[in-house]
Design a protein around this ligand. Structure first.
Ligand SMILES: *Cc1c(COP(=O)(O)O)cnc(C)c1O
Length: 231
């Protein structure tokens, strides 16, 4: 049954994350898993809810809207992990529990305004571009401290940490360098007065390296939900 498969995959991923923690000399309780349910239908999320999962990463606002409508009053926390157009801020302010792809000022402005209208606050991670690939989004590292300073003027966004996507590469050293950069930026931000406890880094293919470099949260899609037709 599909449910058994999902349950087994979930258990297996948690075991692999725990093992990666032990290899890195870390306590498994330091690393949470964000299941990434993008492209998978509400029925699959129903199965995940039955396993006790309730936070899900999604990268398209329209998909969050559809799934939230299909799963009302289930206590689901939707986490935005994909590039967000400013004109979609309204829906994020209404529906999301958190955004991990906060990467520019006009988006922060739009979210702050919409959150004020909704009477809500949103947890936020700043996405930093640690990879040279042009396809990757994120704030340039050199702008991080100034950006964090400016975000103090947007109190509806509760900035909790940083997020990144590593370079897609067979070269472990290159992947690790991205994760290490995020960790170092976090330490530098702390020195500048910004306490950012959370580091969201690592996906199905590279979470072991991310955990070795200090990840506190891995975003796992494929290894939990299976392959996607499209991203
Ligand atoms: C899709 C996605 C993931 C999960 O990727 P998998 O390789 O399927 O685990 C993680 N983070 C972001 C930002 C994504 O878009």
């Amino acid at each position: 049954m599909a449910q058994d498969t999902l349950a087994q995959r979930w258990k297996h991923v948690r075991e692999r994350v725990d093992a990666a923690c032990r290899t890195a000399g870390r306590d498994p309780s330091e690393v949470t898993i964000l299941p990434v349910s993008k492209t998978h239908p509400p029925e699959v999320i129903e199965q995940a809810l039955a396993l006790g999962l309730h936070r899900f990463g999604e990268n398209r606002v329209q998909e969050i809207r559809d799934k939230a409508a299909a799963l009302p009053d289930r206590g689901v926390e939707w986490v935005v992990i994909g590039h967000l157009q400013t004109n979609k801020a309204k829906y994020v302010a209404q529906l999301a529990a958190e955004i991990q792809s906060l990467d520019r000022l006009d988006l922060a402005e739009a979210l702050q305004r919409r959150l004020e209208l909704e009477g809500r606050e949103l947890d936020a991670l700043v996405q930093v571009k640690t990879s040279p690939e042009p396809s990757k989004y994120g704030l340039p590292p050199a702008q991080l401290i100034d950006f964090l300073d400016t975000l103090r003027d947007y109190p509806r966004l509760r900035v909790r940490g940083l997020m990144t996507m590593a370079v897609q590469s067979e070269d472990d050293a290159a992947v690790r360098a991205c994760f290490r950069m995020l960790h170092e930026l976090r330490d530098r931000a702390r020195t500048a007065g910004h306490d950012l406890p959370r580091l969201s880094m690592g996906m199905s293919g590279d979470f072991g390296l991310a955990i070795a470099e200090g990840s506190t949260e891995v975003r796992i899609g494929t290894a939990i939900f299976g392959a996607r037709d499209s991203v």
